[in-house]
Design a protein around this ligand. Structure first.
Ligand code: ZN
Length: 505
């Protein structure tokens, strides 16, 4: 066995442990009886430690060294085939990240995170930011230390962003987000000047069983293969990968607002289709190359299916009659035009996860700006609520009535996850850029949606975005696929055209 084969073998073993953990994690969220929670936590932390041991085994470092992979030249020996070099780059990065952060630090942070999350939940419940502030301060300190472990020469926020979006920097994202923010605020102002659309009928009672049938219909038309996945019910929808042919999704059902399950199901199916489409090469199955390119590219898949396809006029021209039948009588007498406008209603609101396509990215940009300021020390933790509300007024024109609906709404910072938020908005940008690349390649994706031919869109995404997995950095992937670096203009144009139709300007 040569060095590369041995490296793949060690890597696959570590991934095996991780995927066993995913099975237990999925079970915990879906069917596990409540009393099993303590033992399950023990089982999961045992597996986590085991996976960490396997990911940091010194032989892995020796093999990477032996193949010429260094921090400066992660791809190793230049004479190696492109895919092998891509693999070494991914493995060098993962190995360095796993070995540079001391195990005791990880354990110490895990304990602090569980206290922080509990404090956050209580603070949000009681609208009491000051009780959470010391925990937030600790999470910031832990993150500065992580950044210092990984790369003390760089700005902490840059190091943290790079963990979720390889190659990303605060300045690079700020350049893209700055233009996007101004364009979105302008578009929102135009929308505010128009009469609001009526979406009250979307709250008609609609039994869970009917929504579940609609979910089955959606999985079928999206070609989400139930031989390789399944749909279950949880409080918060998610997608989880248990193996290369086992990617599962969940959804939730609100009987007084069926669109929530419809669009959550499409969103999660989009994530699952991506995971199921990754296949850089047979020898790289079950290796670190068989992974998503980045969190933002992942989100580009879910949001493309949910919004660009799932909230389009062509999609509902094709599928509304079937939904009216399945959800009867909730949509009786509702015209296509009224339905399309209702599911695309734009209204500034306090909560990110409930935001529409226009305001959603503004919520994310606000978080990106604030977490950069918190990490650099330009913003003090105690001043966060005021800074949050100021920016809500500036971006969205609304101010939350309390911190529970403001800076305490998201779980991310309480978990110590800084640098993750931008992925949500970058996903929108990638998605719009993929869509335009389909068009420049001679496809008419909107016409395909209207014909009911979602397969041609999936095939394009499979070939261009899914198949390579983690082989290319996200900035390299977007250049390869679209010929250009990521920019916001595709997304802004998409929104302007769409909402000119919805709001009539
Ligand atoms: Zn998502």
């Amino acid at each position: 066995m040569n060095k590369l084969e041995r490296l793949r073998e060690l890597d696959s073993e570590a991934r095996l442990v991780v995927s066993i953990g995913s099975v237990l994690g999925w079970d915990q969220e879906t069917y596990m009886p409540p009393a099993a929670i303590d033992e399950r936590a023990e089982q999961l932390s045992f597996l986590e430690a085991l996976a960490h041991d396997k990911q940091t085994v010194p032989e892995m470092g020796e093999l990477l060294d032996g193949l010429g992979s260094t921090a400066a030249n992660p791809g190793g020996d230049p004479s190696l085939p492109e895919l092998d070099r891509a693999y070494l780059r991914v493995m060098r990065r993962a190995y360095d990240q796993a070995t540079r952060i001391p195990t005791e630090f990880v354990a110490e942070m895990a304990r602090a995170v569980s206290l922080s999350q509990a404090a956050w939940a209580k603070a949000r419940e009681e609208d009491d930011f000051p009780s959470f502030a010391p925990h937030l301060q600790k999470m910031l300190d832990f993150n500065r230390k992580i950044a210092a472990f990984l790369d003390p020469a760089r700005k902490p926020y840059d190091v943290l962003l790079d963990r979720f979006e390889e190659g990303a920097t605060e300045a690079g994202i700020a350049a893209v987000f700055g233009a996007l923010r101004d364009d979105l605020v302008r578009l929102l102002d135009r929308i505010k000047g128009r009469p609001q659309v009526d979406d009250s009928f979307l709250h008609a009672h609609c039994p869970e069983a009917a929504q579940a049938r609609a979910g089955e219909y959606l999985m079928k038309i999206l070609s989400y293969d139930l031989e390789r996945g399944r749909l279950d019910k949880t409080a918060h929808p998610f997608t989880t990968t248990l193996g290369s042919s086992d990617v599962r999704i969940t959804t939730h059902y609100h009987e007084d607002f069926f669109p929530s399950s419809v669009f959550s199901t499409i969103h999660e199916a989009g994530h699952a289709l991506y995971e199921l489409g990754i296949d850089p090469a047979p020898e790289y199955r079950r290796t670190a190359l068989h992974e998503a390119c980045s969190m933002a590219v992942h989100e580009s898949q879910s949001r493309l299916w949910e919004n660009v396809v799932g909230r389009s006029l062509g999609f509902w021209k094709r599928h509304l009659p079937e939904f009216q039948r399945m959800l009867k009588p909730a949509l009786d007498g509702v015209s296509l035009d009224r339905y399309y406008k209702a599911i695309n209603k734009v209204e500034p609101s306090f909560i990110r996860t409930e935001a529409d396509e226009v305001t959603y990215s503004l919520h994310v940009i606000l978080r990106f700006e604030l977490e950069g300021e918190l990490l650099s020390g330009r913003l003090a933790v105690n001043d966060l609520p005021v800074a949050w509300n100021d920016r809500m007024r500036k971006f969205l024109g609304v101010v939350p009535p309390n911190d529970a609906k403001g800076c305490l709404q998201d779980i991310h910072w309480s978990m110590g996850a800084f640098g993750y938020f931008p992925s949500y908005a970058l996903g929108n940008l990638y998605g719009a850029q993929w869509w335009d690349a389909m068009k420049s390649g001679g496809m008419d994706p909107a016409a395909a949606v209207e014909r009911g031919d979602l397969g041609s869109i999936l095939s394009w995404l499979r070939a261009n975005v899914h198949k390579p997995g983690a082989a290319w950095r996200p900035d390299a992937l977007v250049e390869r696929v679209t010929g250009k670096p990521l920019d916001a203009s595709h997304f802004v144009r998409y929104l302007e055209e769409k909402y000119a139709g919805v709001y009539g300007f």
